[in-house]
Design a binder for this molecule. Sequence first.
Ligand code: VIV
Length: 295
Amino acid sequence: MNGPQLSELPDDAEQLRPYVSSLRRGALQAGELSAVRTFSQGFLLRFLRARDFDVELSLKLLLNYQRWRKESPEISTCLSPSSVLGLLNTSYHAVLPQRDHTGSRVLVYRIGQWVPKDWSAFQVFRVSLMTSEIISMETETQRRGLKAIFDLEGWSLGHALQINPSLARKISSVLSDSFPLKVRGIHLVNEPMFFRPVFAMIRPFLPDKIKQRIHMHGADFHDTLSDFFSPPVLPPEYGGEGPGIEESCQDWTNKLLQSENLLQQIATHPTGDIAVAPDDSLISEEAETEQLSEG
Ligand code: VIV
């Protein structure tokens, strides 16, 4: 039942090489990607790490990611932080400065800050996709995944009306098998009764593994959220001792704005592989060249 321990997974250049080659070969053989010459190793490693180096599952994830992008152009083709600056400036979203005790990234979404008449669900979705693209470049995040906290205080009918079955489908796909990030926890706080019908649209499409990782904390979330996150990780607004949520939102907004060019390149690239060097390049350029000439 249990997969491999993190400590047993390949880690250095020597060990990674055969996995990268084998996924690259699989991708080239897959008919759908035949137009693509090759993928960069940094890009392929995201998929391998997200699936603990199971090459077959990694290939499936890579194909799903490509399919999802194609089927969701209204979301995937415009990853411009400045185009949603008004939303970001309401302190809607932050990636917290500190990882949790397991090394996961912790993301906060304050849904109540989203005014549905000002911003479409597609624009809101794009914010998540931008953040996901950025954090999935981090080796540590590729290994340790993410946890998301959704603050649903202020959830209204106007929000609910924006979520139709097709969008619900797209939400469950990225959560399960269409984006190269391990989703290790989803925490809902302040969810009102009438969030249930929306959740009921998303839930059926989720695999059990993800369903089990969704926690509904309600309005008295302070006691239960602290079972999952230690005080230094969370902002005071969520019962912790870390920096305030507004400050973290501002910092992350700046980080997104600095990534404007990068994100636009990803959005317009046919496969999303813009071959950026990973944050801690593990395989030397030399090794990479060697691999390409392999065939
Ligand atoms: O985008 O790992 C009805 C996560 C999320 C992502 C993406 C990745 C990811 C955890 C989501 C979570 C948020 C891309 C890779 C699915 C975008 C959601 C956008 C919509 C419009 C927000 C509306 C509010 C939701 C609130 C509940 C959602 C949870 C049940 C996930």
